[in-house]
Design a protein around this ligand. Structure first.
Ligand code: IPM
Ligand code: MN
Length: 336
């Protein structure tokens, strides 16, 4: 597998994730790649066609975090996001961004356990649009949202299959069909059509604004949420905060067709403000690695790690003492 530790706290949390995988008895052949803000600032390199094809030969990619310090102006907005992260998602056709949430003890969403299936290759992220007369009077900027039947359907199908295999067997479509009537109509029809093929799965629909309220007040009632790229981005930050903090939020960028590697990364960013201090929470990265093992059909090791992560998460919740990054990793290893 390819490992991209990345920037800020990325390397610290990734090394804990690899430590835990080894402790779970899985031997991985890894190759490390230095990519991200630091690399870009050193030699201007973001990604190349050659490196993309090299990466596409791996079984999986594990990524820590990509991004410069928030106040840095040295890296223009979008250079790393579009040039690296979205490039990986798009070129490897990682069309599902799967993000599981389990409300930690003491969190607002304590006891909740749900999964968000975020479409990961289309929507406003597709980059449709442009700018005219930049910086001059009469300037125009447009930013479209791309929604294809193929793209929506494969994502919705994944969500139903996931719900079919989950104890709650419930899937909620989140969109904004009352305003985004073109895209919303497509999502809603596809959702209904695929739903007919899954009579055992309970379905519901929520507008994205209402879903924010629902998630704060009744997160425990969700099973699987399926939604478009941008709504999924926003909703999963909210879910992270509600479930005990973004430091616990794991994610898998999946190519379920397995025509190439999938990419596993914590939802959090590089957090330069706490980088190098050994205080970053590695649980999101560790759980992302567990999702990787699960996808690579190392399901037993994956579920052991996941259980250990949830145990440790419960054990440290609400405690006043500070645990270091390595201590949390060691605690997971101890549980294993
Ligand atoms: C995420 C991140 C990315 C996104 C950024 C870094 C491009 O916020 O994975 O949620 O918007 O998808
Ligand atoms: Mn995000």
């Amino acid at each position: 597998m390819a490992v991209i530790p990345g920037d800020g706290i990325g390397p610290e949390v990734v090394s804990e994730a690899l430590k835990v995988v080894a402790a779970a008895g899985v031997t991985l052949e890894t190759e490390h790649y230095e990519l991200g803000a630091a690399r870009y600032l050193r030699d201007g390199f973001v990604m190349s066609d050659d490196l993309m094809s090299e990466l596409s030969g791996f079984d999986a990619v594990l990524l820590g975090a990509i991004g410069p310090p928030v106040d840095s102006t040295a890296v223009p907005a979008g250079v790393l996001e579009r040039g690296l992260l979205l490039r990986l998602r798009f070129d490897l056709d990682l069309y599902v961004n799967l993000r599981p949430f389990d409300g930690a003890p003491g969190s607002i969403a304590e006891g909740a356990s749900f999964k968000v299936v975020r479409e990961n290759t289309e929507g406003p992220y597709a980059g449709e649009g442009g700018v005219l007369r930049r910086g001059r009077p009469g300037e125009i900027a447009t930013q479209g949202s791309v929604n294809t039947r193929m793209g929506v359907e494969r994502c919705v199908r994944f969500a139903f299959d996931l719900a079919e295999d989950s104890p709650r067997r419930r899937v909620t479509l989140v969109h904004k069909t009352n305003v985004l009537t073109f895209a919303g109509d497509l999502w809603r029809r596809v959702f209904e059509e695929v739903g007919l093929e899954h009579p055992g799965v309970e379905t519901s629909y929520q507008h994205v604004d209402a879903a924010c309220i629902h998630m704060v007040e009744r997160a425990a009632s969700y099973g699987v949420i399926v939604t478009d790229n941008l709504f999924g981005d926003i909703l999963t930050d909210l879910a992270g905060a509600l479930c005990g903090g973004i430091g616990l939020a794991a994610s898998a960028n999946l190519n379920p067709a397995m025509t190439g590697p999938s990419l596993f990364e914590p939802v959090h960013g590089a957090a330069h403000d706490i980088a190098g201090k050994g205080v970053a929470n590695p649980l999101a990265a560790i759980r992302s690695a567990a999702m990787m093992l699960d996808f690579l059909e190392e399901g037993e090791a994956a579920s052991h790690i996941e259980r250990a992560v949830l145990d440790v998460q419960a054990g440290i919740a609400g405690r006043k003492d500070r645990w270091s990054t390595a201590e949390i990793g060691d605690a997971v290893v101890g549980r294993l």
